[in-house]
Design a protein. Structure first.
Ligand code: UT7
Length: 321
């Protein structure tokens, strides 16, 4: 595993000076205290390369051994080429191919299960899966409804074949529902409404979110798949050592844990320090749990779940090796 966190911190107190908000509102409604912001001019690949390099160093694997690179992101450096191409070049992963995967805040979970299936196919031995987003570049810092919620970061994992039966990525449930599009999207800059002076002036290149509506879908969607993945595999909340939910709102996380029958001491939470980093939330939590806290032992069950723009949502069950 590897991660990259920009140095610069944007605290709730800083935001109080920018929009009509309070530290108290942000903390009680979301659980966020501060978030990180990447220096201007540095794109998604800057963070993704650094997270991936740490990941390879920890694994003792050379970039030249990597077979494929998947980057979950909604903030690529540019529409094309993909961020995966820039990461391939930056790492010097000469034999790798790869692609970006766009699934909003479910970007890491969808990328992880895609990478796992590539490994399972028997065709690949080393797949780099990265979740990276520079949300500060698509956030309107005059809109208090959204600017308090997001931050920048990247996380990476290296997937390899598991030699033992019934370990590793065991199962997943994933869904999309495009009827969610009106509630969370970016209005312009794509092929339907290309960038123009008008779209820039109308501030249409920023995240648009109807928070309350998304909140309701997120609680139901994320909890449903998290409960179902356990039932499907004959497990209960008490069997789960760690639950890593997407970090969008502490209240969503708590509601989800409750439906799973999990005490909060088995739920990884870092939203207070990094806010919602979109595709990076889950690998950041995984890094803290595994690299910093050594919280997973062989045989432990780990559930990771996400919900995001699309709508997209999913849950993945892992037995730690
Ligand atoms: O990760 C992708 C998926 N996204 C999510 O999962 C996000 C889901 N949504 C949420 O987390 C929450 O809906 C929010 C945190 C975005 C908002 O919390 P809420 O409890 O749903 O608040 P609200 O949108 O209903 O707003 C309540 C009030 C409103 O004022 P009025 O209309 O009641 O007078 C807002 O204008 O809070 C106001 N408000 C704020 N006040 C101070 C909204 N943002 C702020 C703010 N500071 N930053």
């Amino acid at each position: 595993m590897g991660r990259f966190l920009p140095e610069r911190r944007l605290t709730n107190e800083d935001l109080e000076k920018m929009v009509d908000t309070t530290d108290e509102w942000i903390r009680t409604r979301t659980g966020i205290r501060e978030r990180r912001v990447l220096e201007p001019g540095r794109g998604c690949s800057y963070m993704a390369i650094r997270a991936a390099q740490e990941c390879l160093d920890r694994a003792g694997v050379a970039a030249s051994e990597v077979d494929a690179i998947i980057v979950g992101t909604v903030t690529p450096d540019m529409f094309f080429p993909s961020t995966a191409c820039l990461v391939q070049q930056g790492l010097g992963a000469e034999k790798a191919w790869g692609f970006d995967l766009s699934a909003g805040c479910s970007g890491f979970v969808f990328s992880l299960t895609t990478g796992a299936q590539m490994i399972e196919s028997g065709r690949y031995d080393k797949v780099l899966v990265i979740g990276a987003d520079v949300m500060s570049t698509i956030i309107d810092y005059t809109d208090r409804n959204t600017c308090v919620l997001f931050g920048d970061a990247a996380g990476a994992v290296l997937l390899e074949p598991c030699q033992e039966e019934d370990y590793g990525v065991l199962d997943f449930i994933q869904r999309v529902d495009g009827s969610g599009e009106p509630y969370l999207h970016m209005k312009a800059g794509g092929s339907r409404k290309p960038a123009s002076l008008e779209t820039v002036e109308a501030r249409e290149h920023y995240v648009y979110q109807e928070g309350k509506r998304v909140f309701k879908f997120a609680v139901t969607g994320m909890a449903d798949v998290s409960v179902r993945i356990l039932e499907k595999n004959g497990l209960e909340g008490k069997d789960v050592t760690l639950f890593i939910p997407h970090q969008a709102n502490l209240r969503i996380i708590e509601a989800c844990a409750q439906r799973m029958g999990l005490a909060m001491d088995r739920v990884v939470v870092n939203i207070d320090r990094y806010a919602n980093t979109t595709a990076a939330t889950i690998p950041l939590c995984l890094y803290e749990a595994v690299v910093e806290k050594d919280a997973l032992k062989k045989g432990d069950y780990l559930v990771m779940s996400a919900f995001g723009a699309g709508f997209t949502w999913g849950s993945v069950l892992v037995r730690w090796i």
